[in-house]
Design a protein around this ligand. Sequence first.
Ligand code: ADP
Length: 495
Amino acid sequence: MSESTPLWVAEERQALLAAIVDSSEDAIVSKTLEGIITSWNRAATTLFGYQESEATGKHISLIIPEDRLHEEDFIIHEIRNGRRIQHFQTIRRAKSGKEIPLSLAISPIKNGEGIVTGASKIARDISRQKEAAEKQGMLAAIVNNSDDAIVSKTLDGIITSWNNAAALMFGYKESEAIGRHISLIIPQERLAEEDYIIGEIKKGNSVSHFETIRVTRNGDFIPISLTVSPILNEEKTIIGASKIARDISEKIAAHNELEQLYQQVKSLSDKKDEFIAMTTHELKTPVTSLRGFLQLLQIHTDGGERNRLFVERSIKQVDKLTMLINDLVEFSKLQAGKLGMHFETFDLRLLIEECLDLYATNSNHSLKLYYSGSMEVSADRLRIEQVVDNLVSNAIKYSPQGGNVEIVLCGKSSSVEVQIKDEGIGISPEVLDKLFSQFFRAVEPGFNIPGLGMGLYITKEIIERHGGTINVESTPGKGSAFSFVLPRAMLPPIV
Ligand code: ADP
């Protein structure tokens, strides 16, 4: 201040400066060359948590962490020599103990004679900038360490960033790619894709898992899966697009291998089905004539009771064989898609009664039928007979001699329900969901019960081809309940 300046002007100026300091957003602190705090503005209180009265008169080490005390020697050395320190990034400690990253600007304070008597510090909290820079650094590291190529471009297709994986995948270094048009890696015949992608981006849409082909610097084509998203600026305006490209060569190779494997398995499976179809056909004829001859023998046998018993037993065994062959015949028809369906309207209750009559004469189980409502259905009579026969014969087969089997019929408005309950060996809950698979048997090896594990598979197929459903509930040692629901109206056959 010059000596000619009137006192009131000088006072006014000082007041103005004080007001500026007081209202500053940055912490402004002054100290002597010995480090004693001489002034402390409002922002310093906010930043460090000490009131002006708590700070002034104290040593500046009040806010310097121990491991940074040496910085003060350097600062004072510079200030004594009349030098300013700009953008000095460091850490100071608040009253709460919290460490605050700061950018300091420190200037010497000179007296009237130009001698340095102290220092003024302006401290700016840079926590936010630091966090943002750290976040940016982290994102940059993620992008750079990604195995996927990550590329950004303007809406005109000019490449603006290119990560390490992009360099590896396409063979161009970052410096060679940035500034070039994205068509650098697009095969000629696929250039139109770029118009589509940019069109979507301009509408604010992302393009996900877009499988396409790109070309490398060597002219190699690589299959990639692209995900492209819009890049927005702070005003939320779309300014470009970021692309993530994943090399899917391995996936495609694996897919091709799988396809080949599938074809091999399918051809083997077709051969197996052909073989079953052929052998069952060949088996059926001799077994049928064998039964015929045995029946003749049963009528004409004159060898007494003993011979009649042998013939009877032989017929029973042939019947078991026929049952197994029939299962195989049905199975091969199903596999070949040749299970024809002939729909007609009939009373399911009568059909079940006929079936039960047959079993009543051939087994010593107690068979009881309960019903309510009409059981008229439109279905394939022979196939439904097969279903009932399978379920009733299983209920008998898997129950002790003389056991109870109950059949409950319930006619509803648009469907009919049939439940077949037994008090037999039951089925363990772990295998219930496998029961309807081909060749699956749940019987323990100790139980010598014949079967191929095909009946329920065929049963389920037939029910489902009628648009119905089948279910089972069972408790091991207590019994099982199989129930199926058939739609009453004839649905178009599901072939
Ligand atoms: P299988 O010719 O073996 O009887 P199914 O396909 O008809 O073939 O039945 C599959 C398996 O389900 C049978 O092997 C048996 O373990 C079990 N199973 C079927 N019905 C019953 C039942 N009523 N009680 C107990 N187990 C049953």
